[in-house]
Design a binder for this molecule. Structure first.
Ligand code: ATP
Length: 137
């Protein structure tokens, strides 16, 4: 069986990621889901979370995926998300500012938009922590 398969992450604006990988994991509707080459076909919704992947050379990476859908075929997996980012493309200062803004808003009044903004900012900051862990390995 092939060691790799193509992982694509697409948003309405652009193709965020398209590379051969040996493994990835995402937060599926029923919890964390890991996908290896030759996985049975699967279609599921995704919760906002981090997508961890591994390249054939052993390198690991991370993307943020703010919910969406996952379609797995034996040779290709596609994530469709409204918003997704490669970890290395994220602006940390912007994510910290977004977190502070959302927390300040939520301390005044609870609203769903700010809850979601806080969740996105926290995920982006977690992606930085993961990138830092990979860099230290
Ligand atoms: P902000 O308040 O900083 O705009 P947001 O959570 O409201 O953050 P989104 O609506 O989720 O932003 O995303 C809008 C666009 O900005 C998307 O294309 C997203 O990828 C990009 N984006 C948001 N935050 C960041 C970030 N910290 N670094 C890089 N791109 C970001």
């Amino acid at each position: 069986m092939a060691r790799t398969f193509t992982l694509e992450v697409v948003t309405p604006d652009r193709r965020v990621f398209s590379e051969p990988v040996t493994f990835f994991s995402v937060r599926g509707a029923a919890g964390e889901l890991g996908v290896l080459p030759g996985h049975i076909p699967l279609f599921t919704t995704l919760a906002p979370g981090l997508l961890h992947f591994k390249r054939d050379n052993g390198e690991q990476g991370v993307l943020t995926v703010m919910g969406g859908f996952l379609n797995v075929q034996p040779d290709r997996a596609t994530v469709l998300a409204e918003v997704a980012e490669r970890g290395e493309d994220l602006d940390e200062v912007r994510a910290r500012a977004a977190k502070e803004r959302a927390e300040a808003q939520l301390s005044r009044q609870h609203d769903v938009q700010s809850e979601l903004a806080l969740q996105r900012a926290i995920l982006r900051l977690r992606a930085f922590e993961v990138l830092g862990m990979h860099a230290r390995r």
